[in-house]
Design a protein around this ligand. Structure first.
Ligand SMILES: Cc1cc2nc3c(=O)[nH]c(=O)nc-3n(C[C@H](O)[C@H](O)[C@H](O)COP(=O)(O)OP(=O)(O)OC[C@H]3O[C@@H](n4cnc5c(N)ncnc54)[C@H](O)[C@@H]3O)c2cc1C
Length: 329
């Protein structure tokens, strides 16, 4: 039986794995994609807002020629960390259940349609935030030209594109789409620019709006998406904008199905799972929480910069617990 199974090979799950290994614990990481899947899913040309040093895990230096790395730099870095630290990853396995057994837990996952079962004394849930896009719950949202993730602007050259939302991911997408020659309208339900927009990005975006290269519409509530249009309202007025494609950048919600299945309590208001901040242990003894998923619905509280430190708290607690259990035997 392993000392620990970590679910999720994001930066915080990987950091936790290294902390365990450094303390002599046996650990494997199960990942539904491959390592740092969420970063892989970022827009292709994304630049981090953090400097490379603040994304480092396991004491491995992240040397980069620019202060702020790009997505591709981070993919290379985290691959190198996994290689150097010889972390055992079980990629392309989606964990379905975590069940208590005598002395630990049984973890069931699916790989290529086959069920795989593993056992560990403890579990770390590091499943991240980008599991489920926030739905607008409007007719037409499931049409094939409506996307919740943005990769790059090129395919949308010469197209009418509506971006729904008004925070960083919408603004970044709108800038890149405009650069690639799309005609962009941004529909945002807020009455002014969100204060969370990165301060070095907003002036560029505002310049595009002033130059009428991007149409920015505030106070807009989406009513319906059709094959050719987006119908929205401002107050009592109903309006229509042409749309060949729609990017609904309305945020994401952590997929906490696994948490509920494992018996972890979650605050319905905040989405925050019950855990002890000093050890990251949840209300289920032996199951820990790491990374952004500890922030519930507010992904702006925990990111790589601070979530990478959860692993050390967990590994210290696990060592204490296993020593205690050995002494009691
Ligand atoms: C565009 C963009 C830019 C960002 N820039 C920065 C930045 O500059 N600095 C910063 O600190 N943060 C940044 N962030 C936030 C950062 O990406 C997240 O905070 C970080 O990825 C959280 O790490 P994590 O390990 O907690 O979760 P994640 O990286 O989300 O990893 C969770 C992993 O769990 C896996 N998983 C989920 N469910 C299962 C399951 N059932 N079975 C198996 N595997 C599962 C997922 O596939 C995923 O790989 C940015 C985010 C975005 C979207």
């Amino acid at each position: 039986m392993l000392d620990c199974i970590i679910i999720g090979a994001g930066p915080c799950g990987l950091s936790a794995a290294i902390e365990m290994q450094d303390r002599g614990l046996s650990v494997e990481v199960i990942e539904k994609g491959n390592i740092v899947e969420a970063i892989y899913q970022y827009p292709t040309h994304q630049t981090f807002f953090s400097s490379s040093e603040k994304l480092e895990i396991g004491g491995v230096p992240f040397i980069n020629k620019e202060l702020k790395p790009r997505r591709q730099d981070a993919l290379v870095y985290y691959r190198e960390v996994v290689r150097r630290k010889e972390i055992t990853i079980r990629p392309f396995e989606t964990v379905q259940h975590v069940r208590p057994i005598r002395d630990g837990f049984d973890v069931t996952s699916i790989r290529n349609g086959q069920t795989v079962t593993r056992e560990a004394r403890s579990i770390v849930l590091a499943t991240g935030y980008y599991g489920l896009p926030n739905k607008m719950n409007v007719p037409g949202e499931e049409l094939p030209h409506v996307f919740h993730y943005f990769k790059e602007g090129h395919p949308f050259y010469g197209q009418e594109v509506v971006v729904v939302g008004g925070k960083n991911s919408s603004v970044d997408a709108a800038i890149e789409l405009e650069k690639a020659g799309a005609r962009v309208t941004m529909l945002y339900r807020g009455e002014a620019y969100s204060p969370s927009i990165k301060p070095w990005v907003l002036p560029n975006f505002e310049a595009l709006v002033r130059a009428e290269k991007v149409k920015m519409i505030f106070d807009a509530t989406i009513e319906e998406i059709t094959e050719t249009n987006v119908v929205y309202s401002i107050g009592d007025e109903q309006l229509t904008v042409k749309a060949d494609f729609v990017f609904a950048m309305t945020g994401y919600t952590p997929d906490v199905g696994l948490f509920a299945d494992a018996g972890i309590e979650i605050d319905p208001e905040t989405g925050i799972p019950v855990f002890d901040e000093t050890t990251m242990e949840s209300n289920v003894t032996g199951i820990y929480i790491a990374g952004v998923v500890a922030a519930g619905y507010d992904a702006n509280k925990i990111f790589i910069e601070n979530g990478r430190f959860h692993g050390a708290l967990i590994a210290d607690d696990l060592v204490r617990r296993l020593e205690r259990e050995t002494a009691q035997r």
